[in-house]
Design a protein around this ligand. Structure first.
Ligand SMILES: *Cc1c(COP(=O)(O)O)cnc(C)c1O
Length: 397
């Protein structure tokens, strides 16, 4: 799954361009940079590949989600609907803006349940943020309809699903804003980095300014630039962007390899009648970075995880007991533990999570196993892995 598996000479060449010129910053220093604008080039490449008008690189996926929410106007007291199964970054970004994360149940897509989303809408709701977990996607058509009905923004956290699509559109390009992460374990990596994509011209301008202290980027004298509004520093460096430039050019190849490996595993697992696969909404195509399936109950799933481990199968996750991805173990969130005072309405909303249960999410996550797909496997290795997985799982049924 991660691009670092196939890291090589293409990445090195791009980084050397930057080191040779000595200009590590993405803005300015025009005369000294030998024509190298890696961040700008990567943004252009992303626009092309993601079929959108604008792409803004930032320093991480978490920064991307924060910037996406900010340009969509999400702030103090606003509610953002997001799933119980995600990565901690999703609610961190909401909290950073003084907004309130509203966690709702997932369904067999491992993403937002449509009825749960509808039930969570209040007069304070500002945005819905589906998170396309483990390479699959949310029911985007239904979510877009809800957003249109209620006047909400649709912000796609596509950090785990770059290269997937929905109704023929790249994931991330379907809503008002889309977010990607290029951290070290994502499909494409820059070491650390992320991107925001949109077709909205205003959003693009605001993302550009907001991620660089509010700088308007007019003229060639950085010191003379004005600040139309307050911003932060979420800039990416040229070194990181250089790595990403080489990686993104190989995205289609990465996805093709993943699909090949995924297909071998899926065909093998299909021979287990008690096993069902995660639902991919109609019109969706995943990026094949994980293979996700359900077993009959929690006990069998726990046993299957042990059996897989004993068989030497690494890279399989049971998120039910995971500290990073599922609401059950997010005690720091439920107890609203912060280093500094938090808005009281946010704190109240978080404390309410301590007593809230998510039975429907538990029903799916307790029975789900998610196994990552590596790029570096040989075909024989995938076939051997497939047969070992089937044997291990059958042994506990
Ligand atoms: C990785 C990830 C992020 C955050 O990305 P970083 O680059 O690590 O900050 C956000 N959302 C999801 C779903 C992720 O998997």
């Amino acid at each position: 799954m991660p691009g670092f598996e196939l890291f090589g000479s293409a990445e090195q060449k791009e980084v050397h361009d930057v080191l040779d010129s000595g200009i590590l910053m993405r803005y300015g220093f025009d005369a000294m940079r030998n024509g190298h604008w890696k961040a700008k080039e990567l943004e252009t490449e992303l626009q092309k590949q993601m079929q959108v008008k604008h792409a803004q690189l930032v320093s991480s996926g978490t920064a991307a989600v924060s910037v996406a929410l900010a340009i969509a106007g999400v702030g103090a007291g606003d509610e953002v609907i997001l799933p119980t199964f995600t990565f901690v970054a999703s609610f961190e970004a909401v909290l950073m803006l003084g907004a309130i994360p509203i966690l709702v149940d997932i369904d067999d897509t491992l993403t937002l349940d449509i009825e749960a989303v509808k039930n969570a809408i209040t007069t304070k709701t500002k945005a819905i943020m589906p998170v396309h977990m483990c390479g699959g996607m949310a029911r985007l058509k239904e979510l877009k309809q809800i957003c249109e009905t209620y006047g909400l923004k649709l912000i796609e956290d596509a950090c785990q699903a770059i290269g997937g699509s929905y109704e023929g559109k790249p994931l991330g390009s379907y809503g008002d804003v889309g977010c990607f992460s290029f951290d070290f374990v994502k499909t494409i990596t820059t070491g650390e980095g992320g991107a925001v994509i949109t077709n909205n011209d205003d959003y693009a301008t605001w993302a550009d300014h907001y991620s660089d202290h509010g700088h308007d980027h007019q003229g060639s004298d950085r010191g003379a630039e004005t600040h139309p509004f307050l911003g932060y520093n979420f800039r990416i460096s040229e070194l990181h962007a250089a790595v990403g430039l080489a990686q993104v050019r190989r995205l289609n190849d990465f996805i093709a390899i993943q699909k090949k490996h995924y297909t071998i595993l899926k065909e093998a697992l299909n021979s287990i009648p008690e096993l069902t696969f995660r639902t991919i909404p109609e019109a969706g195509e995943e990026n094949y970075s994980f293979i996700n399936f359900f077993l009959p109950d929690l006990e069998i799933t726990n046993s299957a995880m042990s059996a897989l481990k004993t068989a030497g199968i690494d890279g399989c996750f049971h998120y039910y007991n995971n500290n990073w991805h599922y609401v059950r173990e997010w005690n720091h969130l439920k107890e609203a533990k912060t280093l500094f005072p938090m808005p009281s309405q946010t704190k109240e909303a978080l404390r309410a999570l301590e007593t809230k249960t998510f039975e429907q999410s538990d029903y799916f996550i307790a029975r789900n196993i998610s196994c990552l797909i590596k790029l570096s496997w040989t075909e024989d290795e995938v076939k051997l892995r497939a047969s070992k997985m089937v044997e291990a799982i059958k042994s506990v049924l």
